[in-house]
Ligand binder design. Sequence first.
Ligand SMILES: Nc1nc2c(ncn2[C@@H]2O[C@H](COP(=O)(O)OP(=O)(O)OP(=O)(O)O)[C@@H](O)[C@H]2O)c(=O)[nH]1
Ligand SMILES: [Zn+2]
Length: 226
Amino acid sequence: MDNLVPAASAAEGATPATDGHLAPSLRTPLRPDAFVLSDEEKIDTIAGHFREIMDVLGLDLTDDSLSGTPKRVAKMYVQEWFRGLNPEHRPDVKLFENRYQYENMLVERDITLFSCCEHHFVPIIGKAHVAYLPGEHVVGLSKLNRVVQYYARRPQVQERLTRQIAEELKQTLHTDNVAVLIEADHLCVMSRGVNDTSSGTLTAEYGGVFKDDSGLRQEFLRLIGK
Ligand SMILES: Nc1nc2c(ncn2[C@@H]2O[C@H](COP(=O)(O)OP(=O)(O)OP(=O)(O)O)[C@@H](O)[C@H]2O)c(=O)[nH]1
Ligand SMILES: [Zn+2]
């Protein structure tokens, strides 16, 4: 792949760098050439490698039930589990004028969160709760879910996921007054290693007045049932 031009340095109109709008410490670590291969090429390449893994395990790839698995897994990775690596899938969040002059906290709670542990490549399953204080603008509710999904659909650690969502909301909503809380179960903790099926992980990020005002934080926690 030496002669291929990294997408980040390609001509105008090319795929923008993933997370280029976030501080370096918040970016998902991606190589600049992450988008040299098309999705179809990625699927074919991953399927080939996954076939080898199954082969090494001694599985009979001529078996009807197994023969399609390499391609199935590759499609799942590229098109579903890791679709949030591709900045083309970053949600387009439009703001609307706050005609209702609604100034209290808006909470979107219990957002389904499905992510993948970047250390073990097994699922992280949980819920995200996000809140913001509207100023002059409000946002379509579903866009909050979409922001969560975009960053969740990557290899992740929960701390970075939490901060990426908070930072994205700050930038798109033009306010620091955002709160993000994630509660999740890590299959790497539940199904292997320490094999603990009852523990869960909570992470939170508070910006602006949520950081300064403990009463507001308490209200947020109360509204999400914590
Ligand atoms: N901070 C953080 N750690 C995570 C997350 N997901 C998984 N981990 C941890 O990443 C660590 C990787 O540690 P290692 O010791 O290299 O891996 P390991 O030998 O598989 O560790 P065990 O899970 O303890 O068996 C483990 O402690 C995981 O629980 C996450 O979202 N955030
Ligand atoms: Zn893990």
